[in-house]
Design a protein around this ligand. Sequence first.
Ligand code: NAD
Length: 304
Amino acid sequence: MGDVPFIPLNNGVTIPQLGFGVYRIAPGQTEQAVLAAFEAGYRHIDTAQRYGNEKQVGRALARSGLSRDAVFLTTKLDVDRHGRREAIRELEKSLGRLGTDHVDLYLIHWPEPGADRYVETWTGFEEVLADGRARAIGVSNFTRAHLQRLAAESTTIPAVNQVECHPLFARTRLREFHRLQGIETEAWGPLGQGGPLLAEAEVVRLAHEYGRSPAQIVLRWHVQLGNIVCAKSTRPERMRQNISVVDFALDDADMHVLTALDVGEHRGPDLDHCPGPTGRLRRVARRVPGARRAVRAARALRSR
Ligand code: NAD
C-alpha cells in the first residue's frame, strides 16, 4: 500500500491525498464498506448529507477502534439547504449522525446559482470554522466565476474545490486557477464513475506497460497532478488497488498522454451553463432531437 501523502490545505490542516468516497453506497452497505476501507488503509472518508449514509459512516468509525484524530472526515451541505443559519444547523445534524463533535472538512455541495445564496451560506461556514466544528471549509462544483465572487465578497478562501476531474475532463484551466488562489483541487468521479475511461486504449496500454490496473494508472495521474482523490468501490480488492498508487510513477510523456485524453467529457451537469445539480438542460438535451445542437449554439452565442 505504501504511505498515503498528506496535502497541506491553505489553513495548515493536512488531508490524506487518497480518500474513500461513499456516494451511491446504499446505507445498508456503507458501514461494512467503510470498515473494509479502513482495513485497506484509508483514513479519509468523503460523505455528504445528500448521500444519506452519514450515520453508517459514523457507526463504522465507532466500530473501527480508530481514534477520531486518525481519520479525516468530510461532509457536504445539501443543495437545498443554503443560507447562513441552515449551514450551521445542518452541520449540527451531520455531526449528530456522524457521532462526532467536528468534521475535518465541510463543503458547500453545489453553488446553486439559481438560488444565489452561496455567499450568505459561506458566512455560516466561516462561523463553524471559527468555532472548530469544521477544521477546514471548502466548496464543490464551483466554477471560476463562483470562486471569484466568493473571493470578492468574503474573507476566507475555500481550502478545496471538489469538482469532477479525470483524464477525459482534466480541468486544466480550473486547476491552474485553484493553484493561483491557494485552493486544492479535489477530484470527484476520479475514475470517470466506471464509464468508458478505464477501457480507453491509452489507459489500457499504460496499464500493461507499468504492470498496473487501468484504475491505478488513472489514480496515479491524479496523484502526480497533486489532486486530492476519493475513488469509490465496495469491493475490498479494488479498495486496496485504488490506494496502492504511491509506489510507482508515470513518466512525463505518459502523464501528457493521459492529459491529452481530455475531450471535455463530463458526467455531471455543466455548471457554467446549467442552473442546478439536476442537470436539467443536459437531460432535456439528451431526450429531444436537435436540442443538444441548440444548447451548443446558445452557449456559443453567449460566450461571444
Ligand atoms: P469514481 O470515479 O470513484 O468511480 C466509481 C466506480 O468506478 C465504481 O462504482 C466502480 O464501478 C469503478 N471502480 C472503482 N474502482 C475500480 C477499480 N479498481 N477497477 C475498476 N473499476 C473500478 O466515481 P464516484 O463514486 O462518483 O466518485 C468518487 C467519490 O467522489 C464519491 O464516492 C463521492 O464521495 C465523491 N463525489 C462527489 C460529487 C460532488 O458533487 N461533490 C459527485 C460525485 C462523487
